[in-house]
Design a protein around this ligand. Structure first.
Ligand code: NAD
Length: 476
């Protein structure tokens, strides 16, 4: 058997796309229209810092405008380049389509190591980058709506929103120009942890799929499953925290940029995260074995491997040594096309990025809707819901007393039943529903078609079919 060759991130995404469309019957030309990236804008701008002008390079790529606005995060990292941004924008198109978020795909990036700048400097740089994109409508509530990604978070999104508002003083929907904002600046409850929460919901749904479990050779539930995570940032931290605290998983390995921690009896994710926040890495962490060559820990024996840091970390050079029977791609593109082929041949089940990390864009969609409707979710119906529940409880208690049966509703039940849903509960419910439905649509194709052998191909088939239908409806 020939050894698969490695390719760039964008070529990898294109190859996976091509593998899926070969199984479809798309009209000539439409396939190409969906695959290509519509436009990529490159900007170079200067910011005066520490007494001299420093020049930065940034990108915003729009992959598909079959639905507008287009949506996708902004990444701050030294690895940012045009190929990467275009690959990530394409993934956004397929991701939004798969989870039925009504957006086209986009992505942005700034070539910068944010750790080298203080907060004030980062604000100057972010605002200047945002200014360049806003004046070209590459940030706009109805055309292009960014969100956080690697190296950015709530703080940067708040600066971007404020910059847009300053430049568009009469736009009543200004806050909808970006998502992932802090709650007090137009954000939504549950957005910060949404991608990690989505990874948890995805795994729960996978563990309800008996055929899928069989294909991975796994049995039982999530409880007691050994998990290795790469990257304890926003996504990796929240995913492992929820899996540990709520599903009983054991986190046996944490890989970070400066090495890895391993402990077969389980690592305390919160303690490790606090250590990293204070010391900048895992080095010196006292309560676990430290492995200097962190990437080696990807090859550790475990049940679930969660790459949640960078792209391309599982590739032709290490895929055959990966022991985990199940990989969930919390990061974008962590498995290269070459790595994917080796793993597929080995029978490893991969829950693909376009589904696994779609929790972020799903809750971003809710935030965008909230901003456009100018009202917090649950504000109108919460108390009304509570008073209707109170009616039922009063009636049950009256019936019980009148009939002399003497039933008592347990206080715990009463308290839980009476409480109307607040925004956080509604967001979680919407996210859970989205992750379940998207998984079921992939599962149907994965188990139902003889020519589909993996979840990634199934995900592409489901999502490309929807994008194609949208183009057809537009008359293209
Ligand atoms: P983040 O910046 O919060 O965290 C990334 C983590 O990876 C950091 O802790 C960093 O130290 C670590 N890291 C960096 N280089 C590493 C290396 N060589 N080995 C191990 N760890 C390393 O980023 P994030 O927002 O958690 O994003 C992580 C991935 O998830 C990215 O691929 C991103 O595109 C994807 N993603 C993020 C979101 C979101 O809502 N934030 C949504 C969808 C997808």
């Amino acid at each position: 058997m020939s050894v698969p060759q490695e390719m760039s991130f964008r070529e990898s995404v294109d190859m996976m796309f091509n593998r899926a469309v070969a199984l479809m019957d798309l009209p000539p030309g439409l396939e190409e229209k969906i695959r290509v990236c519509n436009a990529t804008y490159t900007v170079r701008f200067g910011v005066r810092l520490r007494g001299q002008i420093q020049t930065f390079t940034g990108y915003r790529s729009v992959h598909s405008e079959h639905m507008e606005p287009v949506k996708g995060g902004i990444r701050f990292s030294l690895g940012v380049n045009q190929d990467e941004v275009e690959a990530l924008a394409a993934l956004m198109t397929y991701k939004c389509s798969l989870v039925e978020a009504p957006f086209g795909g986009s992505k942005g990036g700034l070539c910068i190591d944010p750790r080298l700048y203080d907060e004030h400097e980062l604000e100057l740089i972010t605002r200047r980058f945002a200014y360049e994109l806003i004046k070209r409508d590459l940030i706009n509530p109805s055309q292009n709506v960014p969100a956080p990604d690697m190296g950015t978070g709530e703080r940067e999104m708040a600066w971007i929103a404020d910059q847009y508002a300053r430049m568009n003083t009469t736009d009543i929907n200004a806050r909808a120009c970006v998502t992932g904002k802090p709650l007090n600046a137009g954000g939504i409850a549950g957005r910060v942890e949404a991608t990690g929460r989505g990874v948890q919901y995805a795994l729960r749904e996978f563990f309800r799929d008996e055929q899928g479990m069989q294909k991975a050779g796994l049995t039982g539930g999530l409880k007691g499953k050994r998990v290795v995570v790469q990257g304890l940032g926003n996504v990796g931290y929240h995913a492992t925290k929820f899996l540990m605290e709520e599903d009983g998983c054991i986190i046996t390995g944490i890989i970070e940029h400066d090495g890895a921690l391993v402990d077969a009896s389980g690592l305390d994710v919160d303690a490790v995260q606090k250590w990293i926040a204070k010391h900048g890495g895992i080095s010196g962490y006292p309560d676990a074995n430290i492995i200097e060559d962190g990437a080696m820990v990807l090859e550790e024996d475990c049940d679930i491997l969660i790459p949640a840091a960078l792209e391309g970390v599982i590739n032709v050079s290490n895929a055959d040594r990966i022991k985990a029977p199940l990989i969930i791609e919390a990061a974008n593109g962590p498995v290269t096309a070459g790595g994917d082929e080796i793993l597929r041949n080995k029978g490893t089940v991969i829950i693909p990025d376009m589904y696994a990390n779609a929790g972020g864009v799903t809750v971003s969609y809710f935030e965008w809707v909230k901003n456009l409707s100018h009202i917090r979710f649950g504000r109108m119906q919460r108390r009304q819901e509570e008073s209707r529940h109170q009616l039922v409880v009063d009636e049950l208690e009256r019936l019980s007393a009148d009939s002399g049966v003497g039933w008592q509703l347990s206080p715990n039940f009463k308290e839980r039943y009476l409480r109307g849903a607040d925004e956080l509960e509604l967001v979680r419910s919407g996210l859970d529903d989205t992750m379940r439905i998207a998984y079921q649509s992939m599962r149907e194709v994965w188990h139902g078609r003889d020519d589909v052998h993996d979840l990634r191909t199934a995900a592409y088939l489901v999502s490309i079919e929807k994008v194609a239908a949208s183009y057809r409806a537009k008359g293209l």
